[in-house]
Structures are given as structure tokens and as C-alpha cells.
Ligand binder design. Structure first.
Ligand SMILES: [Zn+2]
Length: 267
């Protein structure tokens, strides 16, 4: 699933093609999934932003196009067999592709996220000044859930999904099943720093393209952060931590396949 780094990479690449352009046509045949897109036709794109895993196009007439890429959504510059939405601009056509069709689009009035519950209660962006250690600590101490589940829930911090939760927990040496409220002060600080570091480095690397190759940059180029994974998708491989002789194992936490080193991330 595209997480913060993949959505941010997509946003950065698309922005120059969108800024100041007027959307001529938005074509698709699934109005339940791509909602009220007719409102975006004829509108000018004033800017782009991202909240967690949501891509937002800021349009004139106080409208926003909010796009969630679901499990396999993405944009391409060239026609693609899994194109679901075609976005016609004066000098460029963008193809929204989504083999598994879990992605969604909404055209809404600025800030009206009533239909998009998760966006309305999204926590702070991990790379913004709003994400402070004190605020993070507070949200961990006030829950009964396991730390991996808390990270996936988007309320303590935005944009962390399965890949980057496993990577952040590995980097901070925390077992994914630890109750969040029982983490020590130093552990919370390590995790806070790990999330910021992992997200920063993953954005720089253009995100992660896994073996299913579902995520690609709009040019068709993959991301490169998968080569730096320490835990995710490394089941049975040696732990990369210096001096650790453990092997990465996979277990299910909160319904999601979870990768960690049982030697240096002890319960
Ligand atoms: Zn280890």
C-alpha cells in the first residue's frame, strides 16, 4: 500500500505538471469510487499537498480533489492497462492506475472531510514541527493498543503504514506487540526519532517498490528504499544490526504481516 513516502514522491513528481493548469476532463466509469469529479472539470489547480497517505489537489472555486491511492493506486504519464481515471490537462494527460481498485477520489469544498473520516482525525505529519515528542508520548500513553497497531491507526502520527511501522520499530529496537502505554521514556524517544529518520530517508529514495511492483513512480521508475529495508519483507534473512545474530521473523499483529528481529526487539 502506498504510504507517506510513496504518496509524497508521487505528489512531488506530479506537481509541476498540475500547477496553474486547468483540468479539462476527468474521465472514468465508477462514480461511486471517484465521486463528483465533474466538479473538478474546468477548475484550475492552485497547488498540491499531502496529508498522511492522502494526495490533495487544491482547486479554484474553493474546491479540493482528495485522492487515496488504496492498495495499488498510482499515476502514470503513459496509458496503462489498469487506468481507472484519465485526467486531461491542456498539455498533458495523467493516468490514474489502480489494479485492485481500492483507491478513492472525492471532490469536496475546502476542508470538508466529513465523508473521509480518517482524514478528519489524522494525527500530525511526522516531518512537520507539529509532530513533537511530547504530543507523541501523550498519544501512546492514552491507549490500550499494541505499538504497531497504534502506528497504523494514523492518529498518533500520519502516513505510517505496514512497511514504515516495521522499519521504525526495528530501528528503535521495539517489539511490535509491546503495549504502547508501557513503553519507557527512552523507547518513545527512540521510536519518535526513528519514524522521522525512516520517513525522511524513504522520501529521499522515492519510496519502496516491493516484489509485486505495484508502486511505481509516474515515469514507471520504481522507488529505491526497499534496498534499505532492515525488517520489512526480509523474513528468514539475518538481522542487519551490528553484533546481532538474529533472523527476521514474520507474525501477524493487528491483522497485518509484521516483520521484526526477535533478538534485538524483545517483548
Ligand atoms: Zn536483530
Amino acid at each position: 500500500m502506498p504510504e507517506l513516502p510513496e504518496v509524497e514522491t508521487t505528489r512531488r513528481i506530479l506537481e509541476p505538471y498540475l500547477l496553474g493548469q486547468r483540468i479539462q476532463k476527468l474521465l472514468h466509469n465508477d462514480p461511486a469510487r471517484y465521486r463528483r469529479t465533474e466538479l473538478a472539470e474546468g477548475r484550475k489547480v492552485l497547488g498540491t499537498s499531502r496529508r498522511g497517505k492522502y494526495l490533495i489537489l487544491h482547486l479554484d472555486k474553493k474546491l479540493e480533489a482528495v485522492i487515496h491511492l488504496g492498495m495499488t493506486g498510482g499515476f502514470r504519464f503513459e496509458p496503462h492497462r489498469h487506468t481507472r481515471v484519465t485526467l486531461h490537462l491542456p498539455n498533458q494527460t495523467l493516468y490514474y492506475t489502480d489494479p485492485r481498485r481500492f483507491g478513492k477520489w472525492w471532490i469536496v469544498q475546502v476542508g470538508d472531510y466529513r465523508e473521509i473520516g480518517l482524514l478528519a482525525r489524522m494525527g500530525p505529519e511526522p516531518l512537520s514541527p507539529d509532530f513533537t515528542l511530547a504530543r507523541f508520548k501523550q498519544s501512546l500513553l492514552s491507549t490500550q493498543r499494541k505499538i504497531k497497531e497504534v502506528l497504523l491507526a494514523q492518529e498518533a502520527v500520519a502516513g505510517v503504514g505496514n512497511i514504515y511501522a516495521d522499519e521504525s520499530l526495528w530501528l528503535s529496537k521495539i517489539h511490535p506487540e509491546r503495549p504502547a502505554a508501557l513503553l519507557s521514556g527512552p523507547e518513545i524517544r527512540r521510536l519518535y526519532q526513528a519514524i522521522r529518520e525512516v520517513m525522511h530517508r524513504a522520501v529521499e529514495a522515492g519510496g519502496s517498490t516491493l516484489s509485486d511492483e505495484s508502486y511505481q513512480q509516474p515515469s514507471g521508475e520504481p522507488g529505491y528504499f526497499q534496498f534499505h529495508h532492515n525488517a520489512y519483507d526480509r523474513t528468514g534473512q539475518p538481522c542487519k544490526r551490528k553484533g546481532c545474530s538474529g533472523k527476521i521473523v514474520k507474525m501477524v499483529v493487528g491483522g497485518r504481516g509484521t516483520h521484526f528481529c526477535p533478538l534485538c526487539q524483545r517483548i
